[in-house]
Design a protein around this ligand. Sequence first.
Ligand code: SF4
Length: 377
Amino acid sequence: KEPLFAAHNMGHVQQVWQALNDPDVVTMVQCAPAVRVGLAEDFGMESGELVAGKMITALRKLGFDKVYDTNFTADLTIMEEGSELIKRIQENGVLPMFTSCCPAWVKYVEQEHYDLQANLSSCKSPQQMAGALFKTYGAQVDKIDPKKIVSVSVMPCTAKKFEAARPEMKASGFQDVDLVLTTRELANLIKYAGIDFKHLEAGKPDSVLGNYTGAGHIFGVTGGVMEAALRTGYELITGKPIDDVNILEVRHSQGVKRATIQVGDLTIKTVVVAGLANVEPVLEQIKNGTADFQFVEVMACPQGCISGGGQPKVLLETERTDVYAKRMDSMYKHDEELPLRKSHENPEVAKLYKDFLGKPLGHKSHELLHTHYVRRG
Ligand code: SF4
């Protein structure tokens, strides 16, 4: 069976396989939101078909000991990032604040616009928040020696491999995320293991780091982080339920979307950028003092993570728009069918704060869930 690894010599695939077959380690895995609307395509299924449950069953059949979810820490990111935005607005902090969950965007700021690094939210991405929690909270709950944990993530791009390897991502006392597979690499691994993916029953993620809301799920599409943050921000600021959780102004696939949202007495102006090619005019506005917005979401890929470079390939350019549209529709459909659609309503997130973290932006959150940035040449 060696040729599979030789043909896909991406480094981490073979190491994941070895970890899965090593009885002395405990493997914990997380999958990004976009993976579950892309994976089906590599098994000849419909474009955009949601396979969240089959994906979980496949991961268990591969031998992962704990199947957790990046969507859970997407909800957690909203708690931290939303609180950070409110704090910056109330205390005259650096604005506009940039989202920080796309590592390609973060690296772009570090490399090309380091003078704006203070605008980046200090929140780690959901991948890195999960990694830091696997070997601390997760290890504590399951009474596992964190030294034995191999933390694996499945992501829509290789920028996530770069992010996981950043030297500062060791908040747990170990490398927080050890190995990163792309969606295509996971598909190859499932095929290599002889798993009949198409006919799998739907599985459920493990508690205590696997439950998620619709808000956490839509992180995988452009505008999703913004929408999730506004759903929670509105309720935290006003103390009232939001009239409509579907914030259509920040959806759709244009390169730049601007919206003004009334949150109680606050008027929040937002910008959502999809594709790094579209970000320069927005940054120029900040530098020349004409920016009147407070919150900017940037995703390096043209439709957000659903169109990431590690997702199943759409070879014909003529089909790309259609496939991306189906993946996007699938994201919103899953959001609508979930019983909870606001991150602050996730009961496992509430339990995490109660039992372990304390409160958003608290001491422990600061240690495990926030980071800093470096100037790059
Ligand atoms: Fe990766 Fe693209 Fe998502 Fe950024 S937007 S995290 S580069 S898939």
